[in-house]
Design a protein around this ligand. Structure first.
Ligand code: GDD
Ligand code: MG
Length: 370
């Protein structure tokens, strides 16, 4: 079975993290997010994957050159201009001559793809859309169903007035080549506003399958952080790398945690980290490789990517630090704030209320205090 993964979006809502990396290449517990998606596909027997990229495509190439143990045949196709979700798949239609799958590249899920395929075949569908329930369907594609499982309508980003169900498009489709044949070639075209409504207009067999599995779109800082928390809390299957220092505290090779440090799991630390005596790390927290948590510093409920350094009495709570962020003494970061790569924060700053600071910035001592 072949699959196309859509990874061409700019990940605007996850800026500043996505200023330097596309969303699917952002680490999730120290592995590029796309690796979690690929592992899921592989578990269900998908052996050939086309990655449809557009934004910072070289980052995928560099990464996949480095690793060779995925056990999947992988091809990267980069668009010059964004073709939209369906246009991106149409772009590789010559490789898709049998039933195939399409995935949004920013979804963390353990949807049972084998059952989805069985359902698709049993219904004789031309397209089957996996569905999930959410509290606020207005940020997604709403998919009301008829009694027999056929899709009644597809309403992308509906108003509350249109919301008649909590079932939304989970960003996982099974398609027949005949469905893709209906899409125009060489232009920006989407499944959500283009192909699916067109197929419904024509009365073609489009089915929806409520998946009832763990499901999360990681596309905002809150959800990117929640993905970490959920993996650390064991809500979705994950094989933690490294050794277990104590129950639910996993550390990578070369990481040194002083016996006088206080670490409360679930916590993951990458390789070569240093946690000094009197430092406090409270889970669910994920530290990348080469992080330094100095004596007296505290990290709680946060995500620190590779190479972050905290001076004494710095506090990072429920926030995300990009790569190589350096935090001075008495700095307090809180409330889902997001700091971009290579940021240097001088002492005595208060970074709260979901503040976002762009990469390569230097913040002098005592500059931000509200
Ligand atoms: N190659 C390519 N080209 N990929 C694209 C393009 C493009 O022009 N535009 C978006 N993508 C990729 C993104 O990288 C992402 O993986 C996926 O397509 C979906 O785009 P998002 O920007 O994340 O869309 P969304 O989250 O607002 O909505 C979509 O996902 C929801 C589920 O999370 C829709 O499919 C909704 O219907 C759905 O409910
Ligand atoms: Mg999304």
């Amino acid at each position: 079975m072949k699959a196309v993964i859509l990874v061409g979006g700019q990940g605007m809502r996850l800026r500043p993290l996505t200023c330097t990396l596309p969303k699917p290449m952002l680490p999730l517990i120290n592995r590029p997010f796309i690796e979690h998606v690929l592992a899921h596909l592989k578990r269900h027997g998908i052996d050939e994957v086309i990655l449809s990229a557009g934004y910072l495509p070289a980052t995928f190439d560099d990464y996949f050159k480095e690793i060779d143990d995925l056990g999947l045949k992988l091809e990267l196709v980069a668009e010059d201009t964004p073709l939209g979700t369906c246009g991106a798949v149409k772009n590789v239609a010559d490789r898709l001559d049998d039933t195939f799958m399409v995935f949004n590249g920013d979804i963390l899920t353990d949807i049972n793809l084998s059952h989805l395929l069985e359902y698709h075949r049993q219904k004789g569908a031309m397209a089957t859309i996996a569905l999930t329930s959410v509290d606020d369907p207005t940020s997604y594609g709403l998919v009301p169903l008829k009694g027999d499982g056929q899709v009644e309508a597809f309403i992308e980003k509906p108003n509350w007035d249109d919301v008649t169900t909590d079932l939304i498009n989970a960003g996982t489709y099974i398609l027949e080549p005949e469905a893709l044949a209906l899409a125009p070639a060489g232009e920006n075209y989407s499944f959500e506003r283009g192909l699916f409504p067109l197929m419904l207009d024509r009365g073609l067999p489009v089915y929806g399958w409520p998946a009832g599995s763990y499901w999360l779109d990681i596309g905002s800082p809150e959800k990117y952080m929640r993905a970490h928390h959920d993996l650390l809390d064991g809500k979705i299957l994950f094989d933690f790398a490294g050794s277990e220092l104590k129950p639910r505290v996993w550390v990578g090779e070369g990481t040194v945690v002083d016996p006088g440090a206080m670490v409360y799991g679930p916590v993951v630390m990458g390789k070569n980290c240093v946690v000094e005596a009197d430092a406090v790390v409270v889970g669910p927290t994920s530290l990348g490789d080469d992080c330094v948590i100095s004596a007296g510093a505290r990290v709680e409920g946060s995500v620190l990517l590779n190479g972050c350094r905290l001076a004494g009495s710095a506090v990072i709570k429920n926030s995300i630090l990009g790569r190589r962020v350096s935090i001075g003494r008495k700095v307090h970061v809180d409330d889902v704030s997001v700091l971009g790569d290579n940021l240097a924060v001088g002492e005595d700053n208060l970074l709260r209320h979901g503040i976002k600071i762009w990469p390569d910035t230097k913040i002098g001592p005592g500059t931000i205090t509200f």
